[in-house]
Write a protein that binds this ligand. Structure first.
Ligand SMILES: NC(=O)C1=CN([C@@H]2O[C@H](COP(=O)(O)OP(=O)(O)OC[C@H]3O[C@@H](n4cnc5c(N)ncnc54)[C@H](O)[C@@H]3O)[C@@H](O)[C@H]2O)C=CC1
Ligand SMILES: O=C(O)[C@H]1O[C@H](OP(=O)(O)OP(=O)(O)OC[C@H]2O[C@@H](n3ccc(=O)[nH]c3=O)[C@H](O)[C@@H]2O)[C@H](O)[C@@H](O)[C@@H]1O
Length: 450
């Protein structure tokens, strides 16, 4: 099938590469000329396991191409995917500028019947707005071309995106007319184990289902973070509690990890966007607001623990903190809403120096930190490295912010010898407190009985 994908972010690139791998002819368009130039030179602009190989193979096979111009891409395609960003507006609602802008350009260049599929996460009613924008462009050109709109939310996770796309739990297709059902089934059935994984519904329900899934995950995390606070206060261990509740098949083991708050480009923004939708629709989003509030508080928990250990924020002045992990989760270089950023801001505010290590995200972190704190403060107070032991050199304390496998089993005796104040703050409950303490280190986790 001939396909075009608008947007070469995480979702666009993974969708493009996986659809090409399934034998489709795919063109990818982005307005970011630099990104397209890099992709055309064989440089994949994001860190996603398996993706560079998939892109290279399909480019070589002539099934995948990247360009900036809409004209060729729109004229090539029977199916056009919109996979552009939907960032938060000031008030938390989803900014649809990119989605509607892309739809307008599709309408401007459409010359033959096509299916326009929205993959971006968008508020209920956006499919109708996309339809209206395209219709407006066709009317302006005085042409009458049949087109369908499909709402096809994406559920992949960064770090395992290729596998998630290739082997989805479900594919949600929301139609505003059933004309496009045949073509969409043909496209997705090769990825499914069973036909039942295809969920075909109306566009409004499809759009809401994406937010429902993300807020459900976010709420589970906030609930575990709140329970961790209770566990610590009453002398229980959240890791033991987690094992007990996870054994109940009605609850299940995933997304029960207490930590330093959920980050990333989607859970935080989607909780906020659904709060807006609910409020505007006259529903009081009590639980969603609590999920968001717990997460905001959680992002300062480690800093509060560090302050308590040292006897107050003033006592932190001049301390050097080693930080393991910068990206919002392992296996990605994405720094969007990474909880490590909140911690770095708080530590810099207390005049600490930071020596941070991340296997992948150093360049992106440097870019974000320079922008937020200025080049001078960054250069004077933050040192970034890919080597965990270099980060520990001359440091007073260690903070674990992202559970990369590289940090899973360090030599704790070496850590104890290297850290001046012999203390570890484990923001992901990655370590066994007894093992850390046996090496002569003080251990602080999240909701743990140390
Ligand atoms: N990142 C993720 O893991 C997931 C994201 N989503 C959703 O998918 C959507 C895209 O997310 P990401 O891939 O993370 O976005 P991103 O922000 O990484 O990339 C979006 C891309 O779209 C391009 N773009 C913007 N306007 C354009 C236009 N008019 N024409 C062509 N290109 C344009 C930008 O230059 C950028 O390269 C969002 O709505 C997000 O909520 C859904 C599931 C997973
Ligand atoms: O809409 C999206 O963009 C995507 O958002 C999330 O995927 P992602 O942001 O890649 O990352 P997650 O694995 O969900 O992790 C999000 C955050 O929650 C944190 N987390 C996750 C799980 C857990 O038990 N505890 C916890 O604190 C992670 O450390 C991370 O900061 C969803 O899991 C995807 O299904 C969805 O498609």
């Amino acid at each position: 099938m001939k396909i075009s994908i608008i947007g070469t972010g995480y979702v666009g690139l993974v969708t493009a590469a996986c659809l090409a791998e399934a034998g489709n002819m795919v063109i990818c368009v982005d307005v970011d000329e630099q990104k397209i130039a890099l992709l055309n030179r064989g440089r994949v602009t994001i860190h996603e396991p398996g993706l560079p190989q998939l892109i290279a193979r399909n480019r070589r096979a002539g099934r995948l191409a990247f360009m900036t111009g809409y004209e060729e891409a729109v004229q090539h395609a029977e199916v056009i995917f919109l996979a552009v960003g939907t960032p938060s507006e000031e008030d938390g609602s989803a900014d649809l500028t990119h989605v509607l802008g892309a739809a307008r350009l599709v309408g401007r260049h459409l010359r033959h019947p096509a299916v326009v599929v929205n993959k971006s996460t968008v508020p209920v009613g956006t499919a109708a707005r996309v339809r209206a924008v395209i219709a407006e462009e066709l009317a302006a050109r005085r042409v009458d071309i049949a087109f369908s709109i499909v709402s096809n939310p994406e559920f992949l996770r960064e770090g395992s995106a290729v596998n998630d796309f290739m082997h989805p739990d479900r594919v949600v297709l929301g139609y505003d007319d059933t004309e496009s059902a045949g073509i969409m089934r043909e496209l997705y059935i090769p990825f499914l184990r069973q036909r039942e994984q295809l969920i075909e519904i109306d566009t409004h329900s499809a759009e809401l289902s994406k937010y429902a899934a993300n807020v459900m995950l976010a709420t589970r995390i906030s609930l575990m973070n709140e329970l961790a606070c209770v566990a610590e206060a009453v002398g229980a261990d959240i890791e033991a509690v987690r094992r007990c509740v996870a054994a109940d098949p009605r609850i299940g083991p995933l997304f029960l990890q207490a930590g330093i708050g959920y980050g990333g480009s989607c859970l935080p923004k989607d909780v906020k966007a659904l709060i807006r939708t609910a409020t505007q629709s006259g529903c009081a989003p009590h639980l969603l607001k609590a999920t968001d509030a717990v997460n905001e508080k959680q992002k300062s928990l480690l800093f509060r623990k560090i302050c308590n250990h040292y006897g107050g924020p003033r006592r932190l002045e001049g301390k050097t903190i080693a930080l393991w992990g910068l990206s919002f989760k392992p296996n990605t270089g994405d720094m969007r809403e990474a909880p490590s950023l909140a911690l770095i801001e708080q530590l810099l505010g207390s005049w600490c120096r930071i020596r941070a290590c991340d296997p992948v995200a150093c360049d992106e972190a440097a870019r974000v930190l320079r922008k937020a704190h200025g080049a001078v403060k960054f250069a004077e107070r933050v040192h970034l490295t890919r080597d965990p032991w270099e980060a520990v050199e001359g440091a007073d304390a260690l903070v674990l912010a992202t559970e990369w496998k590289e940090f899973r089993a360090p030599d704790f005796s070496r850590l104890a010898a290297g850290l001046n104040d012999k203390v570890v703050f484990d923001g992901r409950n990655l370590y066994d407190p007894q093992t850390v303490q046996a090496a002569g280190l003080r251990y602080y986790g999240i909701g743990r009985k140390a």
